[in-house]
Design a protein around this ligand. Structure first.
Ligand SMILES: Nc1nc2c(ncn2[C@@H]2O[C@H](COP(=O)(O)OP(=O)(O)OP(=O)(O)O)[C@@H](O)[C@H]2O)c(=O)[nH]1
Ligand SMILES: [Mg+2]
Length: 508
């Protein structure tokens, strides 16, 4: 997500590093580079012009704050402007009390944008985040009847009720029946998946307008959310589609789908500024859990290579069992960390995403990652370790000391590896265990950077679950100061990257 844009913008900052004061002269080149980067990312040209003017005006007018160098001040200004352009604050769904009606969300968009997938993702998201258990999904796509089965299957996978729509009805009538049914069943959230078309056409607009009126008439006290799903890959086209849909039927938000692809960022940075409609969610993968609220500040941080620790910690808290992590830390501190612990730990980390995607969320890591290049050999190494561990018995995993030569031979055969591989693994594990107990004391303080530093990679992510508090505070309170701390690059990466990223103190 935004890789190129991020790279270009952070490069642009180098131009003003070390300068005593921000002046029109010394930011000129940086502004030019940022402008080019934004245009190349397919951001609407008016939005770019505006943003650059704002940054310029604010930078020159800005008083030099004691103790903060001008380079950092400039980055902060760019950060704040990017955040504003994307809508400023995150706009979450607002659930009204069910006495006033049913919270209804109508999902609209063009063909293949990701409406049906989003409808199911949203149901899962709402159940998890807002603890709503009475959700009904309604297939209202009468244009492509197979969509009903698609939604039924998705809903079944996540155990959410799916309305058995009569596809011979007009969408507006079908929806009315569904709402009546939902009321009878005591549902408090209804998500309606509608049909798409290849292009914006009047038939579709008419159909959607009628459908929206049906919901409004049924539920006069509570207007529905109308969310447009737009494919982020289509850049400015997504902006045009949002504009037309908003004019025709009135949107309350946009969902950018396929943000996991190599979307350049144009849609995310233009939609709010051009249409006035806020982006509410981003869809970041094909799996049903791959949905995130749209946080302008966090995205701005990601673009500026400040990472996104808050999202990483939220994700980690979701996945990692804190009690278990705590116990594991205690075992590690007492030098009783087992291979079984290591496996549990690796499995949790895997759920967080690929090594690359995790690294990108850590401040300053984007730049290091670009210098380090491909991380897939390291990922392969971890996969191999997992295969080796899966060929061990439970007893061996709980006490590696019993692994003698004959066991090594058996494990090598079972995992399709060599005796050398197993010996290497055991050596690495012994080193890791020793380091774990040393690093653990430090880690209790909660610095993710230190955790990463300790293991030259993933091994050190031990107590991620417990790290949330400090890191969250660090991000929330004083971003610029927090980022000056050593990002804790892994041993291997430090050697490769002589220059440190902007937040490691190297540039400013
Ligand atoms: N990589 C990726 N694929 C996605 C995402 N969202 C949807 N898709 C895929 O995009 C394709 C189309 O998704 P649908 O949800 O069927 O799209 P739709 O808008 O309902 O399509 P129609 O009903 O035909 O108009 C499917 O193959 C999805 O798996 C996403 O965020 N990332
Ligand atoms: Mg569909």
């Amino acid at each position: 997500m935004f890789d190129k844009l991020s790279e270009k913008i952070t490069d642009a900052f180098k131009n003003i590093s070390g300068k005593g004061k921000i002046s029109e002269n010394n930011i000129e080149d940086a502004l030019k580079d940022i402008r080019t980067a934004l245009l190349e990312a397919d951001v609407n040209f008016k939005v770019v012009k505006n943003l650059i003017n704002q940054v310029k005006e604010k930078s020159i007018g800005e008083k030099v704050i004691k103790g903060v160098n001008p380079g950092e001040q400039f980055v902060k200004i760019v950060h704040d402007e990017l955040k504003e352009v994307m809508g400023g604050e995150c706009k979450e769904l607002d659930f009204k009390k069910s006495e006033s009606g049913i919270n209804t969300i109508v999902v609209v968009g063009l063909n293949g944008a990701g409406k049906t997938t989003f409808s199911a993702k949203l149901a899962l998201f709402i159940r998890k985040k807002y603890k709503k258990n009475n959700i009904l999904i309604v297939p209202a796509d009468t244009f492509r009847p197979a969509a009903k089965d698609q939604l039924k299957i998705l809903a079944k996978n996540i155990d959410i009720d799916c309305y058995d729509s009569d596809l011979t009805l007009k969408p507006k009538d079908l929806v009315l029946r569904a709402m009546e049914d939902a009321k009878k069943q005591g549902k408090d959230v209804v998500i309606i998946d509608t049909a798409g078309r290849l292009h914006v056409d009047q038939e579709l607009m008419g159909e959607l307008k009628d459908l929206k009126s049906s919901v409004e008439n049924f539920n006069p006290a509570m207007s529905p959310e109308v969310l447009l799903v737009a494919d982020a890959m289509t850049g400015q086209e997504a902006v045009n589609v949002s504009e037309t849909f908003h004019k025709e039927i009135g949107l309350t938000g946009v969902v950018l789908s396929k943000m996991d692809s190599d979307a350049r960022g144009g849609a995310a940075l233009s939609i709010k500024a051009v249409t006035g409609v806020p982006i509410r969610f981003i869809s970041v993968g094909e799996k049903l859990k791959d949905l995130e609220l749209f946080h302008p500040d966090r995205l701005s941080q990601r673009i500026l290579d400040m990472g996104d620790i808050v999202s990483l910690v939220e994700k980690a808290q979701d996945i990692i069992d804190e009690n278990e992590a705590q116990k594991m830390m205690e075992r590690a501190e007492k030098n009783r960390f087992t291979i079984d612990d290591f496996l549990t730990h690796m499995n949790s980390i895997n759920k967080l995403g690929s090594m690359t995607s995790i690294m990108k969320m850590i401040p300053g890591m984007g730049g290091l990652l670009r210098q380090a290049g491909d991380l897939s050999p390291a990922e392969d190494e971890l996969k191999k370790m997992k295969i080796i561990i899966s060929s061990m018995t439970k007893e061996e995993r709980l006490n590696e000391k019993i692994i003698n030569n004959s066991r090594i031979k058996r494990i090598a055969t079972g995992s399709g590896t060599t005796i050398d591989d197993i010996n290497q693994f055991l050596q690495k594990f012994a080193q890791m265990k020793k380091m774990m107990s040393q690093v653990m004391g430090m880690m209790k303080g909660g610095m993710l950077g230190n955790m990463l530093g300790g293991m030259g990679g993933l091994g050190g992510l031990g107590g991620l679950g417990g790290a949330g508090g400090d890191l969250g505070d660090m991000m929330g309170n004083q971003p610029m100061k927090g980022f000056r701390q050593n990002p804790g690059a892994s041993g291997k990466m430090k050697k490769k990257g002589k220059r440190r990223g902007p937040w490691g103190g190297g540039y400013f």
